[in-house]
Ligand binder design. Structure first.
Ligand SMILES: [Zn+2]
Length: 116
């Protein structure tokens, strides 16, 4: 089973829009301390990757650090494994770029048992 659903893919294919207001918290999570943003890439939880070249946003979740997950997306893109990652697929198909600066932690989920 895929680690996340292809939200961006769905929106793109159907010309639907995904808005931050449609993001719903599932389970109890602890908000990351805004002061330690520097470590956010090492945290697990719900993350957002926005495309550098258009308004497309991808929201996923991971039980590992979001940085690790991000690197996977990049690796999939690099090797053309677009079936493995919506982010890679979008960037590949449109010749767009995904940058580490576009990675953002939305919710820090500390208890992996609460992940779906
Ligand atoms: Zn794009």
């Amino acid at each position: 089973m895929a680690e996340q659903t292809c939200v961006a893919q769905h929106a793109f294919d159907n010309n639907h829009r995904i808005d931050i207001n449609n993001l719903k918290l599932i389970g109890n999570t602890l908000l990351g301390n805004p002061k330690d943003n520097i470590d956010n890439n090492e945290k697990s939880g719900i993350y957002e990757i926005s495309c550098k070249d258009c308004d497309q946003k991808y929201i996923g979740q991971t039980k590992r650090s979001i940085l690790t997950r991000f690197k996977e997306h990049i690796a999939h893109l690099k090797h053309g494994r677009t079936e493995k990652s919506c982010v890679a697929q979008h960037a590949f198909d449109n010749n767009h770029r995904i940058d580490i600066n576009n990675l953002k932690l939305i919710r820090n989920v500390t208890n992996s048992r609460q992940m779906v």
